[in-house]
Design a binder for this molecule. Structure first.
Ligand SMILES: Cc1cc2nc3c(=O)[nH]c(=O)nc-3n(C[C@H](O)[C@H](O)[C@H](O)COP(=O)(O)OP(=O)(O)OC[C@H]3O[C@@H](n4cnc5c(N)ncnc54)[C@H](O)[C@@H]3O)c2cc1C
Length: 463
């Protein structure tokens, strides 16, 4: 009898393993959402969740493993694609998961994607070995278009994975971002033609999620006229009309801004930039504080959001809150201390800047509580050294006036000293430390707070 090569059980045996991974990944997201809604006191560390995930994935790959090399390779290919819907869901902005800040999911998105790439590479290596063994590399791998597509998809996945590594991403965020979405689309679509048996169910969900993101952006973006005022060489105050925003947004919420209008194809491959709203919802206009080495100009921009941040929730219920901001991190710190002051929670704002000209932002942001500004840049020494008749004296006094008391210092803040003089009760469970701004500073403050057993919350101005 003439039996077709792919006919029968062996051909479809792996389908259910793909569906199992799809269901398990959705269940994992469900658990994550439940954890975010109920916020249990006992937190299971990330490495435990990762361990459980990896064990389950290995089980699905190894359970009743086919005894042929290409059988195992097929299963791994299906498992790779079955992870795609979860990978895409984790990258949605905002996250559809309840009580979940999409920024927190980027870490999970990265690691699930990397897992998919590793399984995909294994799929490729095993298939390659199979073709080498059979002497069919030329005829079956490179000679057959549907198989060659697999090589192309794997190459695209590797490009995405490599350009998303932090050193490369930081070097060229534009390249990373510009490649990321188009390549994700290509991987999703090309696999539809590459995979046998078909992957229509999984592909449907991938396309649904990707299109959902596009429609969300189209329906919620608007062109807004931005007024830009330079505060120093690299710091800008950006004002937007209040009517362009909903009545309410949370403290620490951010918008995403891009120059191009939505109809421009460029807007879909260029990154949008997240900027924290430096105003409270009840204030008259919306302000941003933007650090940029490129000159910013007033004009029409595409604005998306606000996206709620949950990082202020804990501190807003605190008894005493010490807020440490670095550079443009003042955009997060200012509305937070204003809200704390409105609800009569004692707060202390410590702001570190490189350039003392940045201090002008305080006046515009209407921060009236006590602020300690630490100038760490090359011109910081001048603060103690103004002499009568010195050209810089007036400038120095002007800055001093912006601060309520003697709050201008040079050098780095001594957190131990500040905490000692600020917190009444050093063991209080109601004490909070918040850090916002550059990643290195947020991490420093985090480890300091952890050592002292103080509640910590941070907003990093980096992805
Ligand atoms: C939640 C959040 C809130 C933020 N709020 C503010 C704020 O209020 N004020 C402020 O000045 N900055 C804020 N940032 C940082 C700011 O969005 C980035 O620094 C900015 O997008 C860099 O733009 P650029 O064109 O100067 O970057 P580039 O010159 O292209 O890159 C400089 C650095 O910025 C990072 N970067 C570039 N584009 C992005 C992007 N789209 N998203 C995240 N990082 C990026 C790159 O990794 C690189 O290290 C915030 C970031 C986040 C994640």
């Amino acid at each position: 009898m003439n039996v077709k090569r792919h006919e029968g059980h062996a051909h479809t045996a792996n389908l259910n393993y793909g569906y199992a991974v799809f269901v398990l990944s959705l269940l994992a997201l469900g658990v994550l959402a439940i954890r975010n809604v109920f916020r249990p006191r006992l937190r299971v560390p990330a490495w435990v969740w990762s361990g459980i995930g990896i064990v389950l994935l290995v089980l699905v790959c190894a359970l009743h493993a086919p005894d042929s090399l290409n059988g195992v390779a097929k299963r791994l290919g299906r498992v790779t694609y079955a992870l795609f819907p979860a990978v895409l869901l984790l990258a949605l902005r905002p996250s559809p998961l309840p009580s979940t800040y999409y920024i927190d999911l980027i870490f999970v998105h990265k690691w699930v994607s990397r897992t998919a790439v590793v399984v995909g590479v294994l799929h490729g290596v095993l298939y390659f070995s199979h073709f080498v063994r059979k002497g069919e590399v030329g005829t079956k791998l490179f000679g057959k278009f549907v198989n060659l597509l697999g090589v192309i998809i794997l190459a695209l996945m590797l490009i995405m994975a490599i350009t998303s590594l932090r050193p490369l991403r930081n070097r060229s965020y534009k390249l990373f971002y510009g490649l990321h979405y188009p390549l994700a689309w290509l991987c999703v679509v090309l696999t539809i033609f590459h995979a046998r048996p078909g992957v229509s169910f999984l592909a449907f969900w991938c396309v649904f999620i990707l299109l959902g993101q596009i429609f969300y952006r189209i329906f919620t973006s608007r062109r807004v006229s931005l007024t830009v005022e330079p505060l120093s060489d690299t710091l800008y105050l950006v004002s937007m009309p209040r009517r362009a925003f909903p009545d309410y947004f949370t403290v620490g919420a951010h918008v995403r801004i891009s120059r191009d209008p939505l109809w421009s194809p460029l807007t879909w491959v260029k990154p949008t930039h997240p900027y924290t709203i430096a105003s409270l919802a009840e204030e008259g206009d919306i302000k941003l504080v933007v650090r940029s080495i490129r000159r910013l100009t007033s004009g029409s921009y595409t604005v998306l959001g606000p996206f709620a941040s949950d990082t202020a929730n804990g501190p807003l219920t605190g008894r005493q809150v010490m807020v440490v901001a670095g550079g443009s991190g003042i955009s997060y710190a200012a509305p937070l201390v204003k809200r704390l002051s409105l609800q009569s929670t004692p707060a202390r704002l410590i702001w570190t800047v490189r350039d003392k000209a940045d201090i002008a932002a305080l006046e515009h942001l209407d921060v009236s509580s006590h602020v300690d500004v630490y100038v760490t840049g090359a011109d910081s020494k001048g603060i103690d050294e103004f002499e009568i008749g010195d050209e810089e004296e007036d400038e120095g006094l002007e800055f001093q006036e912006l601060l309520t008391t003697e709050g201008l210092h040079h050098g780095r803040p001594d957190y131990n000293y500040i905490a000692k003089t600020f917190f009444d009760d050093h063991d209080s469970a109601g004490n909070w430390v918040v850090a916002c701004g550059p990643r290195a500073m947020v991490n420093d403050v985090k480890s300091w707070a952890k050592k002292r057993g103080i509640n910590f919350s941070g907003e990093e101005y980096a992805l």
